[in-house]
Design a protein. Structure first.
Length: 214
């Protein structure tokens, strides 16, 4: 099989899977618009989950300040669990955002194709206007989601550094550097949660206005 044939086969498989996916949901009465709404609502929950994990991690980091060496190990395990949970929740959020982007793209593509089938000029202009407005609102949502998502990896990396540093330095003498970096992470987490709150509100607004696209 040559390169172009392989690419075409992969594209056909993806297209077929996508078609089967939507067809299966349509048999249950769920159109692309319904799936988009459902996933945007789920993204809010995913973001709240990510926020919670980072806030819990910050709380446990602060609890380590001033502790004696023998008590640091239990806190280390708590922070390590927080990091692993935050990483897992962040990956789930990214998959959710990717899914929203994909469904939105498919919805607007279908919408555009249907407009081309119209003969009535008045209906066509009206549908074009609605599609343009719908895309604008969707793009605003995606910008908000991606903006907060991009802030996660740097904070996650700093949290991982804290976990590894504490693992290698389970003694009170190491708390000076640990605390200094912890205070830096606190600022990052507060900034991240603030961005996520904005994104969550953007999701709520989008869901409320989704009916206007009909």
């Amino acid at each position: 099989m040559n390169y172009m044939a392989a690419v075409f086969s992969i594209w056909a498989l993806i297209s077929s899977c996508s078609t089967l996916y939507y067809s299966a949901w349509e048999t249950l009465g769920q159109e692309k618009r319904d799936l988009l709404k459902s996933n945007v609502e789920s993204a809010k929950d995913d973001q709240n989950d990510v926020q919670k994990e980072f806030v819990d991690a910050l709380s446990h980091i602060k609890s380590a300040y001033g502790l004696e060496g023998g008590k640091l190990e239990s806190v280390y395990h708590q922070i390590k669990d927080d990091y692993e949970d935050a990483k897992s929740k962040s990956e789930t959020l990214t998959k959710r955002i990717n899914k929203i982007e994909g469904i939105g793209g498919d919805l607007f593509s279908e919408w555009s194709d249907e407009i081309k089938q119209m003969n009535n000029p008045k209906y066509k202009r009206s549908s074009d206007d609605k599609l343009r407005n719908a895309k604008q609102r969707f793009n605003l949502l995606m910008t908000s989601l991606r903006t907060s998502e991009k802030k996660i990896p740097p904070v996650l990396k700093k949290l991982e550094d804290q976990v590894l540093y504490l693992k290698h330095n389970l003694n009170a003498m190491a708390m000076g550097a640990f605390k200094a970096e912890g205070e830096s992470i606190e600022k990052d987490i507060k900034a991240l949660t603030s961005d996520m709150e904005k994104s969550i509100k953007a999701s709520e607004t989008y869901v409320k206005t989704l009916a206007e696209d009909k």
